[in-house]
Write a protein that binds this ligand. Sequence first.
Ligand code: ZN
Ligand code: ZN
Length: 409
Amino acid sequence: MQDKLNEYAKLLVEVGLAVQKGQTLVIASPVECAPFARLCASAAYAVGCREVVMNWSDDMLARERYLRADDAVFDEVPEWNKHLYNDYAAQGAAYLAISAKDPEAFKGVDPKRISRSQIARYTALDPFYSAQMANELPWCIGSVPIPSWAKKVFPDVREREAVEQLWDAIFEAVRVTGDGKAVERWRAHLDTLDRHTKRLNELHFRTLHYSNSLGTDLTIELPEDHVWSAGAATNSKGQTFVPNMPTEEIFTAPLKTGVNGVVYAALPLVINGNVADRFRFVLKDGRIVETHAETGEEFLREAIAVDGNASYLGEVALVPYDSPISNQGILYYNTLFDENARCHLAFGRAYPECVRGGEKMSNDELAAHGLNISAAHDDFMIGTADLSIVGTTYGGEQVPVFTDGNFAI
Ligand code: ZN
Ligand code: ZN
């Protein structure tokens, strides 16, 4: 076990972020994950990191705050918090986020307080978020189990066993076996993703049409200068990093006003500490005009109303149904994993890299290229075993992209 933990920490630091000699590393971690965060810090110092700065969080306290703090605090971000994020981003630090959450941590919390906090942070931490979205800030999200989350994923076993099973599942998903070769396996994996990405960019589709037996019937127009990306990103200083570990997706952005039809969710979605399930969106000219859910409809409605653009889409991502995480057959209740098991879309902000030269564009320029700008960015999973995606090129040629849930190109 210790070998696997060390290998995983090294993988996040050396492949996830490629921490440079003399570079500062900020680690955002739940307090429950402190032992693993320490391993990551140690792996970073081993490659010459200048300093590791910890940003601890605690969902239990975050919940208490949402329930009991003075109502005014949800519209505020204190100066010290702005400095923590924006100053380190400006200094060229790397940013590691450890994602481990009780999927229902915020059950009973007023969703308005969550969305108000989201808007306040988005505004106050704009230099940090903009650098992250444009891939200027090397960032990586990894994940380790905590008991409350593990019990949600494996409800039928005792807590200790659930945590062990979730560790096994995560190690498999991130290709860590304890043999010390995870870094090589990741290099090969990133090459494979690159091949499909190149093919999609060559095909240069004008639209994609999605359909399946759930009832999805959706046409997505792509910006004319859209770019498909996957796996690794490189910033202007030449530092190559992998924003999500695991990652199986190839993604681009939709044309903000070019999405029409109905799309059904294929998996439950954890949204702001609550679960939404069996939902569908109806879209017209890019905007979500109808939201129906058997569970958690109010949380979806709040999430797509965070600002005026949260109800438009910002990401189109392809993941084969027959892929390593999907084949585990585990519902993780954590988007970092579930999004890499299924084709998905996101409502909210688009990544600048999804149009040619986008990383250097202002928000206004990105919007002029058809990308959506919003405080929200939430992936939701739509891929099924019978999903069909047909691309139409600018010449009018129709090309099957996905047949029966898997790549056809
Ligand atoms: Zn995604
Ligand atoms: Zn996303």
